[in-house]
Design a protein around this ligand. Structure first.
Ligand code: AP5
Length: 194
C-alpha cells in the first residue's frame, strides 16, 4: 500500500522550499515519491465552487465551507494513483477568523492515514525574518512573538494527531541557506519509514 507522510510547518518556515529540494534530491537518487500541496488542492476545490481566491485568503473564508473543502481535499489526496510514497505538504493548524483550527481534524486524518508526521522548523527569528522578506505572500504577522507562538501551536497540534493516529513525529530544522541539507535529511527519514 502507498505510504503517506505528512510534512507540516508554520507559514514562512520554508516548507515549500525544502520540499522543492526534496523533489530534486529524490529524482537524483531515483526514489519514487509524489509531493502534494494540500493548499493547492483546496484552492482548486474553492475554484470549482466558484470561489476564486488567493491561497492566503482561503483561511479567512467561512469556516464551515473551509471544513467541507478540507475534508474533500483529504479524500481526493487519499485517492492519488500510484505506489510511490505520498508526501503531503500541509499545516498542523490554520489561523482562521474563528480561531486556531486544526489542519488535520479526525476525518482528514482518517482519510490521509499517515504513517508519520514531520515538522519543519527554524529559529523563530528566522521565521519572522523570512515572513517579512517574502513580499509575494499575505502573511498574518511578521512579529517574532507570533512566530514563536505558531511554532508552539504546530507542536501542540502534532502531538494530538500523533496520539490519535499512533504515529511518530520527527522535527527537521531548516537553517538559513541549508535547504538542500534539510531535504537530504528529510529523504533519509522518509526512506527509513517507508
Ligand atoms: P501553504 O501554501 O502551505 O502556505 P504557506 O505555509 O503559507 O506556504 P508558504 O509556501 O508561504 O510557506 P513555507 O513555509 O512553505 O515557506 P517558503 O518555502 O515559501 O498553504 C496555503 C493555505 O492553504 C493555508 O494558508 C491554508 O489556508 C490552506 N491549507 C493548507 N493546508 C491546510 C489544511 N490541512 N487545512 C486547512 N487549510 C489548509 O519560504 C518562505 C521564504 O523563506 C522564501 O522567501 C524562501 O526563499 C525562504 N527560505 C526558505 N528556506 C530557506 C532557507 N533554508 N534559507 C534561507 N531562506 C529560506
Amino acid at each position: 500500500m502507498q505510504a503517506t507522510i505528512i510534512v507540516a510547518g508554520v507559514p514562512g518556515v520554508g516548507k515549500t522550499t525544502v520540499l522543492q529540494e526534496l523533489e530534486a534530491v529524490a529524482k537524483e537518487r531515483k526514489v519514487p515519491l509524489q509531493i502534494i500541496n494540500f493548499g493547492n488542492v483546496m484552492n482548486e476545490l474553492f475554484k470549482k465552487r466558484g470561489v476564486e481566491i488567493h491561497r492566503d485568503h482561503m483561511r479567512k473564508e467561512d469556516i464551515t465551507l473551509q471544513g467541507k473543502i478540507q475534508e474533500e481535499a483529504a479524500r481526493m489526496i487519499s485517492k492519488t494513483p500510484g505506489n510511490s510514497t505520498l508526501v503531503v505538504d500541509t499545516h498542523m493548524f490554520v489561523r482562521t477568523n474563528d480561531g486556531i483550527w486544526p489542519g488535520t481534524p479526525r476525518k482528514v486524518l482518517e482519510a490521509l492515514d499517515p504513517s508519520m508526521i514531520i515538522l519543519i522548523e527554524a529559529d523563530p527569528e528566522e521565521v519572522a525574518r523570512r515572513r517579512a522578506a517574502d513580499t509575494t505572500r499575505y502573511r498574518d504577522s511578521q512579529k517574532l512573538e507570533d512566530a514563536k507562538a505558531d511554532l508552539q501551536w504546530s507542536r501542540n497540534m502534532a502531538s494530538a494527531i500523533a496520539v490519535l493516529a499512533g504515529v511518530p513525529i520527527q522535527i527537521l530544522q531548516n537553517q538559513n541557506g541549508q535547504q538542500r541539507q534539510s531535504a537530504e535529511e528529510l529523504l533519509k527519514i522518509i526512506e527509513k519509514r517507508t
